[in-house]
Write a protein that binds this ligand. Structure first.
Ligand SMILES: Nc1ncnc2c1ncn2[C@@H]1O[C@H](COP(=O)(O)OP(=O)(O)OP(=O)(O)O)[C@@H](O)[C@H]1O
Length: 658
């Protein structure tokens, strides 16, 4: 297939230079999409249908065999050899069971080692009596040690996951799932599925995956390209709202208030506060004649525009046209026959422009937020009845800022500017947005994400127990309401693919304290996990941690040393002194360097084969309050695929003692 594309000669079909360039770039994209990926086999499954699909199980209709793979492959005659995993014909590979065989007689799974076919496994679905047996190939895929960035799971998507992956594009889906239940994997595969099923629509409107930070995005960035999808944008919430340079920090209390949905009302009022009713008529001079639109008539237009549900900026553009229209009516009454060009000219006349500038001034969103946070009276006027005086004091800057450029903007301020920008001009909506680690967003951040999919749909992924911001959501219903998708379905994933049984049981001791009401995750991993807790004297801690890392390095796979932020420097030095090369999150692991030193706040969403967790008490103490600290610890405890070693000198948090 690649050779066919490479052999295309476009000389005769391109009428001009632009066509040639566009066509050539499409050809190059196609060649890139058809690249061979080392270790990525073309197919991983086979379905033997009892009847040809589409023949409606007609008597005598012969069965048909399909190979299922990451992409569609056809032979020299154009006949399909491998069917894309996303095609309807492939669906039974993920969903069929003995109870519901979906006209499939036999399901075959292929096993590969380093890209070479080494095993296969058959499942006879016609024998309804025998129970569904567990798949060895699936199990070994789950148990496989992890190195490097996240990989796709197309060969082993589970039925409960598949339902979410193939959910229709029209609806927004919210997935609550314990650590390692495959939320991220499911979200990414859902994008791939939607791009397959609605390619043209999404090519036009765009898709976006939102993750918590750069190292996380780096960790997942190869999944979609490996599935042939090269055009999905990735961003953090901070990237979305990057209207200003952020270099300030808020106190947790101030950030809470700035992230509160009530700020939307404060901003709405502030944006419109500049609108003033005219106190004099507008007089337009054309040739020897003067046309006068009285103040009361313009006031009516202004009131009507204020009452309508349109953006501030759109109304500002409409007003000169309205005034010009009033002038035109007068011209016609006087027997003139003005056309559209005259209306435009009047709308652009100095008199009308000056009037609009005074009545409906332009709003610069950043300047507006700067004023709110700097000027006591301005904030008080628009926050009246919305924020208490104490809350207003809390969010006001101690030192008023002089200019947008020099202000010490915080991340929460940037979100406020984004809200104000949307009040002025509608934010462009994408076709589909995936929001991962969604539990950590503030209501104002949910609004920022929501306005990027007003006309599209979203996949919201998260775990209430892993919320580590002071404003983390406690209810998906609330979060979805802020997103503007209150009708979204909330699904739950419960089977854990990452964390071994013993480790998840240990971490789950924290659940009653951090998320009462959430059930503990189960683990589908067979290995009980290599789990140890070691207490040492305070002056022996660093050495013991280094030793634990050295031991972990004797196994296959990646190693993560997770520690409180303020232990980073000391542990980094200790590892270096001991001659152990180490990486920072986001840096590529290699055969020589498999150990990553991970500050606890960056551990979210990542996984390592072996985790060494340094001083849990310090991880808890690194957060502003105990509940957040315990949640941070819960995240750190649930990163391990095969083994977890806890090394501590201080006593463990009481909640862990069970
Ligand atoms: N069906 C599956 N088959 C094989 N592996 C799977 C499957 N589902 C998930 N996994 C693996 O389990 C691990 C955890 O998945 P993922 O990171 O998507 O979980 P998560 O729910 O997002 O976790 P967290 O809450 O910690 O962010 C990954 O290595 C993923 O590849």
């Amino acid at each position: 297939m690649r050779a066919d594309v490479e052999a295309l000669d476009i000389k005769d079909v391109t009428a001009n230079w632009v066509n040639a360039v566009v066509l050539q770039s499409q050809i190059e994209d196609r060649i890139a999409a058809l690249a061979d990926l080392a270790h990525t086999p073309l197919f991983f499954g086979r379905l033997d249908y009892l009847h040809a699909p589409g023949a409606d199980g007609a008597e005598g209709a012969e069965g048909e065999q399909f190979y299922i793979g990451r992409r569609h492959v056809h032979d020299a005659d154009g006949d399909p050899m491998v069917i894309d995993w996303r095609a309807p014909v492939s669906q039974p590979f993920y969903r069929a069971s003995k109870k519901d065989p979906q006209d499939v007689g036999l399901r075959r799974r292929f096993g590969y080692t380093g890209g070479e076919l080494t095993a296969y496994e058959d499942e006879d679905l016609t024998d309804a009596a025998g129970g569904d047996q567990a798949s060895r190939l699936l199990q070994s895929e789950i148990e496989r040690p992890r190195v490097g960035p996240m990989r796709d799971i197309v060969a082993t998507i589970q039925p409960e996951q598949d339902e979410i992956v193939r959910a229709g594009i029209g609806g927004t889906v919210c997935v609550q799932g314990a650590p390692g239940t495959g939320k991220t994997a499911v979200g990414l595969h859902r994008v791939a599925y939607l791009l397959y099923a609605h390619r043209e629509r999404l090519a036009r409107t765009g898709t976006l995956v939102i993750g918590p930070n750069r190292s996380f995005l780096h960790y997942i960035e190869q999944v979609l390209p490996a599935l042939g999808e090269l055009n999905v944008a990735q961003a953090t919430v901070d990237d979305l709202v990057a209207h200003v340079d952020v270099w300030g920090n808020d106190s947790p209390a101030a950030a809470m208030i700035k992230g509160d949905a009530r700020m939307a009302e404060v901003l709405r009022r502030a944006v419109r506060s500049g609108v003033t009713m005219p106190d004099e008529a507008v007089v337009v001079v054309r040739g020897s004649r003067r046309w006068r639109v009285p103040a009361y008539e313009i006031e009516e237009m202004v009131r009507e525009l204020l009452a309508r549900d349109i953006r501030y900026g759109a109304a500002r553009e409409a007003l000169p046209q309205r005034i010009a229209h009033a002038v035109l009516v007068r011209m016609e009454e006087a027997g003139e026959a003005p056309d559209d060009r005259v209306q435009d000219a009047v709308a652009r006349s100095t008199a009308v422009k000056a009037a609009v500038k005074a009545i409906w001034p332009a709003v610069d969103p950043a300047k507006l937020v700067l004023r709110l946070l700097s000027e006591k009276e301005f904030l008080a006027e628009h926050a009246e009845g919305v924020l208490s005086p104490a809350e207003q004091r809390e969010i006001r800057w101690a030192k008023p800022a002089r200019s947008v450029r020099t202000a010490k903007w915080s991340a929460a301020d940037a979100v406020l500017i984004d809200e104000a920008s949307d009040l002025v001009a509608r934010t462009h909506s994408l076709g589909h947005v995936v929001l991962d680690e969604a539990q950590d967003l503030s209501p104002m951040q949910y609004r920022a994400v929501g306005r990027r999919c007003t006309t599209g749909s979203a996949t919201i992924l998260g775990d209430l127990a892993q919320g580590t911001t002071p404003w983390a959501t406690s209810s998906w219903r609330e979060a979805l309401a802020h997103l503007g998708k209150p009708e979204a379905a909330v699904e739950e994933l419960t089977q854990g693919f990452r964390v071994p049984r013993e480790v998840i049981a240990y971490a789950s001791r924290l659940l009653p304290a951090i998320a009462p009401g959430l059930a503990a995750a189960t683990s589908v991993r067979e290995s009980p996990g290599d789990f140890a807790v070691r207490q040492v004297a305070a002056d022996a801690l660093d050495a013991a941690v280094v030793e634990a890392c050295r031991r972990a390095l004797s196994y296959e796979g990646s190693i993560g040393l997770i520690a409180a932020d303020d232990r980073f420097g000391e542990l980094g030095a200790a590892l270096t002194a001991a001659g152990l090369p180490w990486l920072r999150p986001g840096e590529e692991t290699s055969a020589e360097a498999r150990l990553t030193l991970v500050p606890a706040p960056l551990a979210k969403g990542l996984e390592y084969d072996h985790v060494v967790l340094d001083e849990p008490a310090a991880v808890v103490a690194g957060e502003p309050d105990e509940r957040t600290g315990l949640r941070r610890l819960y995240v750190a405890l649930t990163r391990a695929v095969s083994g977890l070693t806890i090394v501590h000198a201080q006593p463990l948090p009481a909640q862990l003692l069970g």
